[in-house]
Write a protein that binds this ligand. Structure first.
Ligand SMILES: [Zn+2]
Ligand SMILES: [Zn+2]
Length: 142
């Protein structure tokens, strides 16, 4: 696997590549599990002691504003971040709150009635339910 060039990636997206920003984008590149702010904080704080939750939060929103990452707000509480900015289908588990990629399933392209004359810049398609593991646990409890 080619080593990820965080410096270039951030520069290409018009973001000043500070050391902390490089660490955060590299984490997202390496962890395609749709981590939230807490996940990233827990993983990186022991390595970068000066890193705060606020910095991570602000950095992720900066990345998102520059189109460097996707931000997924599925349950209205936690925002999950995704390095993959291509439109792709997600499955959200209501029990373990994990977000899975479902690359085999194409995102249906929504068609907005002409009369609105709005320009669509992004759309999200989610499936919700129970993942394989949680489904098995639910069945055991019956
Ligand atoms: Zn689950
Ligand atoms: Zn994804």
């Amino acid at each position: 696997m080619l080593k990820f060039d965080a410096y270039s990636y951030l520069s290409q997206h018009g973001i000043k590549p500070s050391v902390q920003r490089q660490a955060i984008i590299t984490y997202l590149y390496e962890h395609r599990t749709h981590p939230n702010v807490d996940d990233i904080f827990t993983a990186l704080q022991p390595v970068i002691r000066t890193l705060s939750r606020t910095t991570i939060y602000n950095t992720l929103h900066l990345f998102h504003d520059h189109g460097a990452i996707l931000a997924l707000t599925i349950n209205g509480e936690t925002v999950h971040f995704d390095f993959n900015t291509q439109s792709h289908t997600h499955f959200y588990c209501l029990k373990c709150n994990k977000v899975f990629d479902v690359p085999e399933m194409e995102c249906p392209t929504p068609t907005l009635p002409k009369k609105y004359d709005f320009e669509v810049t992004e759309y999200h398609f989610y499936l919700k339910g129970y993942c394989k593991q949680c489904k098995a646990e639910n069945e055991k409890q019956l």
